[in-house]
Design a protein around this ligand. Structure first.
Ligand code: NAD
Ligand code: UGA
Length: 463
């Protein structure tokens, strides 16, 4: 029976997943380690509201388990040494250099973990891939671990995470399924069972699915590709709706009621963001190409092409509607996070829309309830389109939506935060330049009510 878990990587996945395992399994000691000292000290902050990740319900879980059987530390070697099961939850971003640049997953952090585990381990361990990895990565990890020559036995499992940010705790408490892939050998099956036993503390057995390692690795990329493909499909139709007078919300509702299609993930938007959809599809495209499967690669690449188009056309439409110039105009951004209920901004559509508008010399005033000013500047600087000074000058970060919208020519809604729907829109209108435009990139505001006030309203996928 597993008594001691170590998780390498205290990010959006490692933090919440381990907090939940610790809460649900008080008999297991869970230590989450990271190289990032600032992140670890934030996880250890006395005030549980200061933990580094905003996720509804997470602070309560951390408050209950931290110091009891949940620990956050930078002592990676010590935690590896003590553990009988090690989760690898480090980041696997798109490569920015060399072969596969812009497509393949960068596995350098994974390999570093494997080498560190190999170096430190003195007793047998089960190593669990929690990070999203290209199919057949387990082979590489195995090669590294098996060549240590110190007689330690390792079993490698794939246990991809399916939580979505903003609903991570809900998703972890009641997952649609938990997927565990392992070797078909007796030892492999024993390792699978050890992990099944952990989840079985709160997940019904029929929701715990076991497969071979390669199916598990590939299922994770496939799940994200299918989800993102639905968003790109509805977004593709949104443009046709705008031309024809059909309303994409009505179309989504009509098709979603077909139980074969289903109603989820059909919300047309300014484009999907987040750290994984794009990265994982690019990775899938790269893998398909590496096997010479060009049609397969092209098929999935189109999901990304459509998403890029959706972000660009949202910015273009703002410029066109504001009489073909936004130079010197103030545009208020409501929301910067890639979706509501998270402070994560990775690959958020807002970044790309802002970048296009800044290139047209607009001034942008951003308000997001959970994103810090530094992060907004960091996101824009990361693109390297213009100097840091220029980004600083072009973007103001407001402490309220009312401030952001004051004297603005237009408002762009980039994140679907619930609070935006509760604002005093008359007050916002009164303080804006006229005509006052709203470009609702999330279709969350009440078009009729806004038009009644006097706004010129444009949603996505309807006239
Ligand atoms: P993240 O960047 O938030 O966290 C990764 C952490 O790993 C960082 O804090 C980093 O400092 C740490 N790290 C990197 N190398 C390390 C090393 N050698 N030793 C110790 N710490 C190290 O990333 P994330 O969003 O948590 O994603 C992690 C993985 O999970 C990725 O593969 C991602 O695709 C996958 N995933 C993410 C989500 C999500 O919602 N974010 C959901 C499912 C799966
Ligand atoms: C997604 C998956 O939903 C998770 O199952 C997966 O574990 C995770 O990726 C991952 O591997 O990282 P996440 O990116 O956190 O989760 O959030 P989603 O809810 O999937 O939203 C992704 C993007 O798509 C957001 O920008 C969201 O606004 C957008 N979206 C989503 C739409 O535009 N329309 C929709 O109908 C749904």
């Amino acid at each position: 029976m597993i008594k001691n878990i170590c998780c390498i990587g205290a990010g959006y996945v490692g933090g919440p997943t381990m907090a939940v395992i610790a809460q649900k399994c008080p008999h297991i000691k869970v230590t989450v380690v990271d190289l990032n000292e600032k992140r670890i000290s934030a996880w250890n902050d006395k005030d549980v509201n200061n933990i580094p990740i905003y996720e509804p319900g997470l602070s309560n879980v951390v408050a209950e388990a931290r110091g009891r059987n949940l620990f956050f530390s930078t002592e990676v070697d010590k935690a590896i040494d003590e553990a009988d099961m090690i989760f690898i939850s480090v980041n696997t971003p798109t490569k920015t250099y060399g072969v596969g640049k812009g497509m393949a997953a960068d596995l350098k952090y994974i390999e570093l973990c494997a080498r560190q585990i190999a170096r430190v381990s003195k007793t047998d361990k089960i190593v669990v891939e929690k990070s999203t990895l290209p199919v057949r990565t387990a082979q590489a990890i195995k090669d590294i671990l098996e060549h240590t020559g110190n007689g330690v036995n390792f079993q490698i499992l794939s246990n991809p995470e399916f939580l979505a940010e903003g609903t991570a705790i809900e998703d972890l408490f009641a997952p649609d399924r938990v997927l565990i892939g392992g070797d078909v050998t007796l030892e492999g099956q024993k390792a699978i069972q050890a992990l099944v036993d952990i989840y079985a503390n709160w997940v019904p057995k029929d929701r715990i699915l076991t497969t071979n390692v390669w199916s598990s690795e590939l299922s994770k990329l496939t799940a994200n590709a299918f989800l993102a493909q639905r968003v790109s499909s509805i977004n593709a139709l949104s443009e046709l709706c705008e031309k024809t007078g059909a309303d994409v919300n009505e179309v989504a509702r009509a098709i979603g009621m077909d139980s074969r299609i289903g109603s989820k993930f059909l919300k047309s938007s300014v484009g999907f963001g987040g750290s994984c959809f794009q990265k994982d599809i690019l990775n899938l495209v790269y893998i398909a190409k590496s096997y010479g499967l060009n049609e397969v690669a092209d098929y999935w690449e189109q999901v990304i092409i459509m998403n890029d188009h959706q972000k660009r056309r949202f910015a273009k439409n703002i410029i066109k509607t504001l009489y073909n110039t936004v130079s010197g105009k103030k545009i208020a951004f409501l929301g910067w996070a890639f979706k509501k209920d998270t402070n994560d901004t990775r690959e958020s559509a807002a970044i790309y829309v802002a970048d296009d508008l800044l290139s047209e010399q607009a001034t942008i005033a951003v308000f997001d309830p959970k994103v810090e000013e530094d992060q907004i500047q960091f996101d824009l600087n990361y693109l390297e389109t213009r100097s840091e000074e220029a980004n600083n000058k072009g973007v103001q970060v407001a402490s309220s939506a009312y401030d952001a919208c004051k004297n603005a020519h237009a408002i762009a809604v980039l994140t679907e935060w619930d609070e935006f729907k509760t604002y005093d829109w008359q007050k916002i209108y009164d303080n804006m330049l006229k005509p006052a435009f709203v470009f609702d990139g999330r279709n969350i505001l009440d078009k009729q009510a806004l038009e009644k006030i006097g706004f010129v309203y444009q949603g996505i996928g309807s006239r």
